[in-house]
Design a protein around this ligand. Structure first.
Ligand SMILES: *Cc1c(COP(=O)(O)O)cnc(C)c1O
Length: 219
């Protein structure tokens, strides 16, 4: 747990650490939970469902992977924050399933900032229109809380910094808009084990850390 404690003391109070527990057994999650940690994240619906059933109910579960609309129903009763919303249709489905469960679900809009084809997300140039459209829909059972982005997987720190700074800039722009519906820009989720320091310098206030907390993944 030393790595976890070191990381925490490095972060201070302004930055939320989401411990990404994908592929890790529940015993490992409990070890971190027992240090007082409540925010955990997973990237697969099935894995998140069974883990949430086995683990304490006061864990705040974050979903950070690609989410298919037909699987939202499996998460809707308990998920705390979905980081990976990149279509209006997905937002609509989350809104619908949240309503069925009589709750409001927090979401982040995932922006595409990396120059890799494989990653999901709304292109930066389309974010403003995307938010306008979200606002027009007037969803009542989701709360849009901010943005998420993943930088290119490269050793080129300058490139990573530029990508994070570009996202921060959009975040600030969107924060200044007075939306009609439930859009409150407070969370900027960027930074993983390899690039969280750069992300924080660029203005991140939520980092998603797997390897540094739980050790390397085998899968
Ligand atoms: C796995 C994952 C992380 C954590 O990655 P590490 O490099 O192990 O810290 C963060 N965000 C997302 C979306 C992930 O899938």
């Amino acid at each position: 747990m030393k790595a976890y404690q070191d990381l925490l003391s490095e972060l201070g109070n302004e930055i939320t650490l989401v411990a990404i527990s994908k592929t890790k057994p529940t015993e490992k999650i409990i070890e971190v939970y027992e240090q007082g940690h409540k925010d955990f994240g997973e990237n697969k619906v099935q894995e998140l469902s069974w883990k949430s059933e086995k683990l304490p109910t006061d864990i705040r579960w974050h979903f950070v992977g690609h989410l298919q609309r037909n699987k939202v129903k499996y998460l809707a009763s308990f998920v705390h924050l979905i980081h990976s919303v990149d279509s209006i249709r997905l937002a609509r489905e989350i809104d619908k399933q949240a309503e069925k469960n009589n709750r409001k679900i927090g979401i982040l809009i995932q922006a595409h900032i990396a120059d890799e084809e494989s990653k999901f997300g709304v292109p930066l140039s389309k974010l403003a229109d995307f938010f306008q459209e979200l606002d027009n829909q007037g969803f009542r059972n989701i709360e849009v809380q901010g943005l998420m982005g993943m930088a290119t997987n490269t050793k080129d720190a300058e490139k990573v910094r530029e990508e994070f700074l570009a996202l921060k800039k959009e975040f600030v722009k969107l924060s200044r808009i007075d939306f009609e519906s439930s859009i409150h820009m407070k969370t900027l989720s960027m930074g993983m084990s390899g690039d969280y320091k750069i992300a924080i310098e660029a203005g991140s206030n939520m980092i998603r850390i797997g390897t540094m907390v739980f050790g390397p993944r085998e899968l």
